[in-house]
Structures are given as C-alpha cells and as structure tokens.
Design a protein. Structure first.
Length: 293
C-alpha cells in the first residue's frame, strides 16, 4: 500500500515527519534510484527507498514512549550539530534504537520531553495545526504588570506573525520576581523567552510541566522512564480527537485560496463570488435592460 515517503521514513525511525520532509527537500532521498519529491508516495513492499545512501529499514515492530526530564545545558536534539561534544537528550537514554524528541526545549530550559520512535504520533503532537497544549512554570524578573500580561495573553507579533493567545496565570509575586503558569498551543523557537524580553520581564527560569495529558510528575532532573499503558492510551486518544486547525503556512507564503495577482498589479485577477461588477466598475443589470442615467 502506498504512503507518503515522509510518513514511511518517520515510521522507520528516521525522525519526525517535518524532519523527514527536510531531507526530501534537500534531495537526500531516492525512490528506485530517482530523487524523491515532497508529497510523493511509495510502497515499501515493492519500492526501494534510500536515505543518505542507505535503504530504510523495515518498520520497527514495537513503538517506544519515554518521558525525560531534560536538565539545563542539554540540547533537545539527536546530535550536536556544532560538534563541540555537548550532551544531547539522546545521550541520556542508554537504549538501542532511534528515538527523537517531541516538544523541544532551549538549552537553558528544563522539563518534560517525550522521546519516541512513533513518527506519526510525534508529528501530530508537535505540528502547529493540531494545537496541542503544553504547560510551563515560568519565573520572570520584576513584578509583571497587568498591561503586559494582557498583551501576552492576547497574542503578540513575533517574526511577522501574531502568536496564538495563551492562558497565563500569576501564581505568586514577590519583590523581585513573578511566578507564572503558561499554557500554550504553539511552540516557536524560544517563544516564551523572546516575548518576555519584548515586554521587559526577562525569564530567569522555565520548566515544562505537561505535554497534552502527559505530566512531568516527580521525575528527577536527567532521569527518564517508560510511559505506562494508560499514558500511551491517553496520548493516542488526544491525537485521534484533535482536528487540524487552519492549514499551517510558513512566514512569507501566500494564504490558501487567495486569488493570484497580475505582475505589477495590486488587484487580484479574480473577483469574489457573487460580484457581478463589469470591467468598467458598473454593476451588471441582471434584468437585461440597459442602465439609464
């Protein structure tokens, strides 16, 4: 049975679907000796899919789900791209096989990361269009103001796009710091830290407590554990129930269904449905008679 190549790659443990899409876009994937294209389908039973010069292995027979408490200073990636010998989340799990992180955290943050070889579940938990909640405990400098909180809650512009509204609760305040609980449905790079800096209240501590129904609980820094059957069932139920939001698009790409524009023109080539206006701008006379002045 044919499936999209990025899905087959993810199921084979080569990364999340988004990571596999990047490999296809870079021309590092072939199907039957021909360079694959994004969106192409293949049948693993009859087609030969090669990634970085190696045929992909058969689907892993067992899906594995691991909760990890990432310490500060550890990279949320599978390897150190700078090749500086830095510790990664994969280094903390002494098990064979290919696992990749769900819900990355920046180097200075700590908290819950899900590690799995289930590419389909990882894709649906991390892709912005599914909008799964993640909960953070955050400490910022100073006593954050009501005005700043309202801006943050409503959504702010980051890299030219407005952030999705967030649920933010003040847990407590003292003279120098404010403790917050933040629940978000997206996770752009260093989003919480960047927004806090924009508002003038830099983050001093950030811990992720939850990914969907999965909680950090009493797991100690640097420790990991297998998810229970009940936790796996809950994660899969949340993923199955989620309905994709509006199609996700990268910054700069045109929205779906927007009429194309003529070169050098600010007007769309097509008019909205139901617009009976003629070229000259005068509405058409549906009765068939000529317009009288």
């Amino acid at each position: 049975m044919e499936e999209r190549i990025q899905k087959l790659m993810a199921q084979a443990g080569l990364g999340s679907r988004r990571e596999c899409e990047k490999l296809i876009e870079k021309g590092r994937v072939t199907v039957n000796g021909r360079t694959a294209t994004l969106g192409e389908k293949a049948d693993p039973a009859t087609d030969t899919i090669v990634v970085n010069g190696r045929p992909i292995k058969p689907l892993q027979s067992e899906s594995i789900y691991i909760a990890l408490h990432k310490p500060k200073g550890v990279l949320s990636s599978l390897d150190d791209e700078m090749e500086e010998g830095r510790t990664t989340v994969r280094d903390l799990i002494p098990l064979p096989g290919h696992f990749y992180p769900v819900g990355r955290l920046d180097k200075q943050s700590t908290g819950l990361i899900l590690m799995t070889n289930d590419g389909d579940l990882a894709h649906k938990l991390t892709h912005p269009r599914y909008g799964h909640e993640k909960t953070y405990k955050v400490v910022v400098e100073g006593r954050i103001t009501h005005e700043a909180l309202e801006k943050w809650r409503a959504g702010m512009y980051l890299d030219g796009r407005k952030t999705i509204p967030a649920h933010i609760t003040v847990v407590r305040q003292d003279v120098n710091f404010t403790h917050l609980e933040i629940i978000m449905r997206e996770g752009r790079k260093r989003q919480i830290r960047r927004l806090a800096n924009m508002l003038g209240f830099p983050v001093t501590q950030l811990v992720r407590e939850k990914i969907g129904p999965l909680t950090l609980g009493s797991l100690k820094l640097g420790d990991w554990r297998h998810l229970t059957d009940k936790e796996v069932t809950a994660l899969k139920a949340v993923v199955a129930a989620a309905k994709p939001k509006r199609p996700y698009r990268k910054p700069g790409s045109p929205p779906a269904n927007r009429p194309a524009k003529k070169p050098g023109s600010s007007q769309p080539t097509q008019r909205p449905p139901g617009d009976s206006r003629k070229k000259g701008g005068r509405p058409a006379d549906k009765s068939g008679s000529k317009n009288k002045r």
